[in-house]
Design a protein around this ligand. Structure first.
Ligand code: NAD
Ligand code: USQ
Length: 393
């Protein structure tokens, strides 16, 4: 089976490409290095050094004898994505290639517009290319649990049965996303559902929770194969950030009450979920939705766990929440469909947290302390930051 991984130079796309290549799929990656450009714009860098895509691919071939093809270009360039699909003719396309930071999308108008144009236009171009070239291609698209927000009822997997005035229907689950980034994923979901309905496309929308971890069985085979590890306040995600903060002995930055609860999963489970989605394709005309996370935790629980695992017994500090998000809320999100397909989760444990802290300790001298505190606030509409690192503004 041929698989095209869009966003194959990113945090999740690169280890996914390796994982699928190792399992015998023929893999090609697409990327325009936008994420590396954001590093330059924000004045930050991956904690773990990462090699250029060409070097990563040649090292993979040297270590395993397996080839990965690459196409460098932008999904918002319609002819690029059309020609790429025509050339590789994949059976499945895994789509990671979007601007994925909520704080980045909330910097100001320009960043909100960039995020939505990049994500929505890129996905629309892709839908048109699939419809024209081969509607049998299965699209596996990364969505996010944040599309649902935090409603005061159980969160279903994509759809909900509603009874209204004596009539009943199955409808897309209501969305109340928390940033212009999360909104871009909602817009994508609507566009994908519509394309499945009118053109008979096959899609799986994976509403993924917050991912943690940095190493996979394939990335540890050689230092050149490492994937990126973000810890700054714009691109770093909460558990990864707390582990780096513990590694360098600074207080863990809990925003607001810390009672915000989120679905989370290990990076190794991301890879397994993607393969399960590939092996169980949607039917023609169907957009399947899976909630892709394995456990949910409050931010306070995560902070306590990281504190317990840190040698220095780091402090936890509560910072005024720069975001607008519910501080106290009900949270019960269903996530059985991937388990039913055979997912065997790597649940969060002290050993796992200690491992992440230890990998961060290896690179502690690369940590830029000024990039740790949040600089983007949801309430501001005016440009509030030039870089993630105030010292570099
Ligand atoms: P990432 O930013 O590390 O990777 C995304 C890659 O896509 C980057 O290499 C970037 O250069 C590329 N890209 C972006 N726009 C592009 C375009 N227009 N054309 C070509 N390439 C483009 O992000 P990630 O953490 O690997 O996330 C991958 C996907 O998973 C995203 O869609 C994200 O929304 C979703 N997701 C991530 C998490 C998480 O915790 N990291 C959680 C839930 C969902
Ligand atoms: N948080 C803190 N302290 C920090 C960082 C974050 O308390 O130092 C809190 C935030 O306020 C938020 C929660 O932790 O309540 C999660 O924040 P995050 O930055 O880890 O994750 P988020 O912004 O939601 O985005 C990340 C990815 C995004 C993905 C999303 C999955 O960047 O691509 O879509 O996780 S989900 O959260 O399920 O929507």
């Amino acid at each position: 089976m041929k698989i095209l991984v869009l966003g194959g130079d990113g945090y999740l796309g690169w280890p996914t490409a390796l994982y699928l290549s190792k399992r015998g799929y023929r893999v090609a990656v697409v990327d325009n290095f936008l994420r590396r450009h954001y590093d330059d714009e924000m004045g930050v860098n991956s904690l773990v050094p990462i090699e250029k895509l060409s070097r990563r691919i040649s090292t993979w071939e040297m270590v395993t004898g397996l080839k990965i093809n690459s196409y460098v270009g932008d999904l918002t360039d319609n002819s690029f994505i059309y020609e790429t699909i025509k050339d590789f003719m994949p059976d499945t396309i895994v789509h990671f290639a979007e601007q994925r930071s909520a704080p980045y999308s909330m910097i100001d108008r320009d960043h909100a517009v960039h995020t939505q144009v990049n994500n929505v236009v890129g996905t629309l171009n892709l839908l048109y290319a699939i419809a024209e070239l081969n509607p049998n291609i299965h699209l596996v698209k990364l969505g996010t649990m944040g599309e649902y927000g935090t409603p005061n009822i159980d969160i279903e997997e994509g759809y909900i049965t509603i009874e209204h005035n004596g009539r009943k229907d199955v409808m897309p689950y209501p969305k109340q996303p928390g940033s212009f980034y999360h909104l871009s994923k909602v817009h994508d979901s609507h566009n994908i559902l519509f394309a499945c309905r009118i053109w008979g496309l096959k899609a799986t929308d994976l509403n993924q929770g917050v991912v943690y971890g940095q190493e996979t069985d394939e990335t540890v085979l050689h230092p050149d194969l490492a994937t990126r590890f973000d810890y700054d306040a714009v691109f770093g995600t909460v558990l990864n950030r707390f582990c780096v903060q513990a590694a360098v002995g600074v207080p863990l930055t809990v925003y607001g009450s810390g009672n915000q609860t989120r679905g989370m999963l290990n990076i190794r489970d991301t890879l397994a979920c993607i393969e399960l989605a590939i092996l169980n394709p949607a039917e023609s005309g169907e957009m399947r939705v899976y909630n892709q996370f394995t456990e949910s935790f409050s931010i306070n629980q995560i902070a306590e766990l990281v504190k317990e695992c840190s040698d220095d017994n780091v402090e936890i500090t509560k910072i005024d929440d720069p975001r607008v998000e519910a501080q106290e809320h009900y949270y019960n999100a269903k996530h059985t469909k991937l388990m039913d397909l055979g997912l065997l989760p790597h649940y969060l444990s002290k050993d796992i947290v200690k491992n992440i802290i230890n990998s961060a300790i290896k690179y502690a001298d690369r940590v830029d302390h000024l990039a740790i505190n949040p600089t983007v606030g949801w309430r501001n509409t005016k440009s509030q930051l030039i870089t993630a690192n105030p010292a570099k503004n």
